[in-house]
Design a protein around this ligand. Sequence first.
Ligand code: NAD
Ligand code: MG
Length: 385
Amino acid sequence: MKRVLILGSTGSIGTQALDVIERSPELFEVVGLSAGRGHEQLIAQAERHGVSRIAVSDPDAAALAAEAWTAGDVLRGPDGLISLVAESQADLVLNAIVGSAGLGPTIVALTEGIDVALANKESLVVGGELVTALAEATGARLIPIDSEHTAIHHLLTGEPPGVVEKLIITASGGPFRGRKLADLNAVTVEQALNHPTWSMGGKITIDSATLMNKGLEVMEAHHLFGTPYDRIDVVVHPQSIIHALVQLCDGSTKAHLGYPDMRVAIGYALHHPDRADLPIENLDLVKLGKLEFEEPDLDAFPCLRLAREAAVAGGTAPCALNAANEIAVHAFLTGRLTFTGIPRVIDGVLEQLGTRRVHSFETLYVTDSEARRVAAELVETEVHA
Ligand code: NAD
Ligand code: MG
């Protein structure tokens, strides 16, 4: 039995992970669950999966959870989440928390030598070098849960080092594909949340609409596979059938295909190196008829350009970009910022903060909070503009 801890279990990835686990009860034991808030759903999950320890990050929600559930332990706040990981004796931590709040638990799991199935791409965007060095030092493995990166992980298995010429990750293009920047100012939250091919949590859905998600994924790929940035390409592919391709030194290109269903990526990470047996429809190429590809439009979607620039600048820049994006997306989702205000706020934060060398995780925490403060100020300026 694999002992699995699921962080962010009430979210889009978290609930699908529990669905995948439930299909193989003989293989998995769930040893803990966590959520930001929404404690009722978390308690229901704990009862269903026989879990006796849960962590709730929001202190008020944690207090309510402790009142409502006396059958097990409720660990409270960000420190409770850290204890849940450190004391779990898990074989695998599946991190499906959204945002840089996921970095701490990733660090703790890797420090304990626990393998991490990582949906929380922000862990790598913010702390890439330190996180991968930590994994190397303790021997813990990082197995991605992201359709493109799962695909690449898959495609590179069995390949000797040094044979990759290019990694190509695909982007659906989001709900606003084909529009120009001037047409994007007045788009609504509802339109932005209406993703054409994937059903996901709110933050990543907005990141997909701005193409920031692809920028974060370029960094995620760089850190996971050690590939230089000039060898990672992004191609828009509206059908989301090909998730990624790898081009090798002998002229061959391998692609990973499948209908968009995150349970494939989740099953891959949970069962690795074995295979999950999942009830997912087989690909029907004739029914699909054709697949389309186009260049991303960096003028209409400046977030991808900003992310690439921050990635190449390195140091604290990706951390600042990520924090600014989290604040801007939240402001957009709550109706305080326009869609085109998102890249403006991020750009402003990067300009004000510049980039510094990262000496330790402490540097990252300081940058994260500084960038959030500056981003919040810039959101206010946008509101009154
Ligand atoms: P979601 O919003 O649906 O769920 C997020 C989970 O994290 C919830 O359980 C929530 O309670 C918890 N959480 C939120 N804020 C927290 C905080 N401050 N501290 C602790 N826990 C907190 O998000 P999601 O769509 O499941 O995405 C999770 C991660 O997976 C993100 O990093 C996202 O980029 C990545 N991802 C998601 C998908 C997808 O299909 N949803 C695909 C690829 C990658
Ligand atoms: Mg993805």
